[in-house]
Design a protein around this ligand. Structure first.
Ligand code: MAN
Length: 352
């Protein structure tokens, strides 16, 4: 069996129309890829809210952050200097831009299904020039009482990993960019191993190498070194073009279980799993050959960017793993897995 996900019958749990835009003149185009955490006995989503102005015929318009607000850039679709083949990113006069500007917003729930926006919590916006095109796809790791938020920081300088920390979700400390471009999909393990912090991350190499998952260690959770490549794409497979970590690995008695996304050349994003050694997480013990989840539901195959299931947040309760995921880059959905079933679908190998 290849798709093991038990999708929520209430999917999609959240759609762009469910929230209000962050400012006048913008619309929410996509609600996607939530980081997930528990806090004060509730399940919380740190959801990515992607916004842009209402689009007019013949013009592509999108916001970018400036020091004190936003600027709307408008480009005629007929402009010969415009390459707008991908709905997510455009190239204009040799410079790349995103078509939406993302911030992160907190939603909470008592049952893990119905989410609402509580009052009194800030929106997490891009703050520096390194975040001028927004902040995206946050992983939340609770380590020794401090929530570590690793997110994609996007700007004209590139795509890197930013870190903010908080204990109360009201006050945040910014640690700046912890891994420079091109890098994303960073998840910090929720406990130290032999005294060291570990994180998964995903550099992209345009020439030699590829879009592979790497692991790094750190003495303090901020400064990272000893980087090693652990999971590569597989030619001819569902994860042939890119792979990237989901949320923090899940500790099981057989090893650290990681849910990851893999895409093929046609940009179909599926989920898979791999297992790392408990004592030395740079060792890959096993990996699924087949995807554990494939975009098949209508809300996964059609939307802002269809044929995508992408997760960066989950809740573990005994054998039950509840993932929250972005569907078609437009909706937030939920699905359950059995951890025992995931473990039994792994293929053990020394050649990964
Ligand atoms: C890719 C996609 C987009 C994302 C950008 C920047 O194009 O993953 O969703 O906005 O990268 O990270």
């Amino acid at each position: 069996m290849t798709d093991q996900a038990l999708r929520f019958t209430q999917n999609p749990l959240l759609s762009p129309k469910d929230l209000n835009p962050s400012r006048e003149g913008l619309e929410i185009t996509c609600l996607l890829n939530p980081g997930v955490f528990t806090f004060e006995n509730k399940t919380w989503l740190l959801v990515r809210v992607a916004e842009r102005p209402a689009q007019q015929e013949g013009i592509i318009s999108f916001p970018v952050l400036t020091g004190d607000g936003i600027e709307i850039i408008e480009i005629a679709t007929a402009d010969p200097d415009l390459d707008a083949g991908d709905p997510r990113v455009i190239r204009y006069k040799g410079v790349d831009y995103l078509t939406t500007l993302s911030h992160l917003r907190m939603l909470c729930s008592d049952d893990g299904i119905h989410f609402y926006e509580p009052e009194g919590y800030p929106y997490l916006q891009g703050e520096t020039t390194q975040e001028a095109f927004g902040v995206e796809d946050c992983r939340v790791s609770l380590i020794e009482g401090t929530y570590h938020l690793t997110y994609t920081a996007v700007s004209g300088q590139g795509v890197g990993v930013g870190l903010r920390t908080t204990k109360d979700w009201k006050q945040f400390a910014s640690e700046g960019m912890i891994i420079p471009p091109h890098n994303k999909d960073c998840a910090i393990f929720e406990e130290r191993i032999n005294g060291k912090y570990y994180a998964l991350h995903r550099p992209s190499s345009v020439d030699l190498g590829g879009n592979y998952i790497w692991i790094a260690e750190s003495p303090d959770g901020i400064y990272w070194g000893k980087h090693q490549c652990i999971i590569r794409t597989r030619e001819g497979s569902w994860d042939s073009a890119r792979v990237g970590a989901g949320a923090a690995p899940i500790k099981t008695d057989q090893g650290w279980l990681e849910i990851y996304h893999g895409a093929d050349a046609g940009h179909r994003y599926c989920l898979g799993a791999f297992l790392l050694d408990l004592d030395d997480p740079t060792k890959v013990l096993a990996r699924t050959d087949d995807p554990i989840m494939v975009p098949t539901a209508e809300y996964e195959t059609s939307g802002f960017f269809g044929h995508v299931v992408f997760t960066n947040g989950h809740v573990v309760n005994g054998d039950e793993l509840t993932i929250y995921y972005g569907a078609a880059d437009e909706f937030v959905c939920g699905a359950k897995f059995s951890i025992a079933e995931l473990l039994s679908s792994l293929t053990y190998s020394h050649d990964r």
